[in-house]
Design a protein around this ligand. Structure first.
Ligand code: SF4
Ligand code: F3S
Ligand code: FES
Length: 245
């Protein structure tokens, strides 16, 4: 016989109203909300509710997802006004009416699917890979724990774009390289084994780089990996001011 605690934990199905911003270019004149009544269990996530709509109500609903466990970064969306990963938000944390919209500032392909080309173009500009032109030896390149610690936080990025698309500077001005690209530049600029920091800093010192940031902190608040994005941006600015310009 299950314990009292186990009985209390037994999920009970309830219903939420999912309001999803729908848009199909060429078919719809403009984005509009459509509402769906979705049966949910307490441990369901917003992603489960979206799956329910797609599989049982309207198969034409468009959204991205892959891992369903907060790793791939493909299902960032605006959930009740906050950029979050749909696979990490429990329905029970939300009110019974849930608004789901695409992340802001990028063109909508369809419904919750946005065009990520510009986002990844900015990412590529900062050379997000280790560069070291010294002749390799037969030993690994050693790094002290203190040096490794300098960029530990920024290694956690999953490129979900929640930070960049929550930035009010980015919304009207896609030329801003954005916090996600800066985080990924930081990851290599402060890596003692890398030799291309100056090239990345030159990109970030340009008109579309870090100086567009107005320290709004939306990016830090949006990051599902709890990366201190604004601090990383500040460290890049300080590196430019005190060491590189
Ligand atoms: Fe997503 Fe955080 Fe990386 Fe920005 S820094 S892309 S919010 S994981
Ligand atoms: Fe934007 Fe983050 Fe700077 S929200 S203004 S990049 S601190
Ligand atoms: Fe992969 Fe949510 S589906 S992070």
């Amino acid at each position: 016989m299950p314990s009292e605690a186990a009985q209390e934990a037994t999920p009970t199905t309830s219903e939420v109203t999912l309001r999803v911003l729908r848009y199909t270019p060429g078919k719809d004149e403009e984005p509009h909300f459509e509402e769906y009544a979705v049966p949910v269990d307490p441990m369901d996530r917003v992603l489960d509710a979206l799956h329910y709509v797609k599989w049982h109500i309207d198969g034409s609903l468009g959204f991205r997802r892959s891992c369903a466990h907060g790793i791939c970064g493909s299902d960032a969306m605006l959930i009740n006004g906050r950029n979050r990963l749909a696979c990490k938000v429990l329905i029970r944390e939300l009110p019974s009416v849930i608004n789901v919209e695409p992340i802001k500032g990028l063109p909508i392909h369809k419904d919750l699917i946005v065009d990520m080309d510009g986002f990844f173009a900015s990412y590529k500009r900062v050379m997000p890979f280790l560069v070291n032109e010294q002749v390799p030896t037969d030993k690994e390149r050693l790094q002290s724990p203190a040096d490794r610690e300098k960029f530990d936080d920024t290694t956690k990025c999953i490129l979900c774009a929640a930070c960049t698309t929550s930035c009010p500077i980015f919304w009207p001005d896609n030329s801003y390289i954005g916090p996600a690209a800066i985080v990924n530049a930081h990851r290599f600029i402060f890596d003692s084994r890398d030799t291309a920091a100056a090239d990345r800093l030159e990109v970030l010192n340009g008109a579309t780089g870090v100086w567009k940031c107005r320290t709004t902190f939306n990016c830090t608040n949006a990051c599902p990996r709890d990366i201190d994005v604004t601090t990383a941006i500040q460290q890049v600015k300080r590196e430019l001011i005190f060491n590189r310009i």
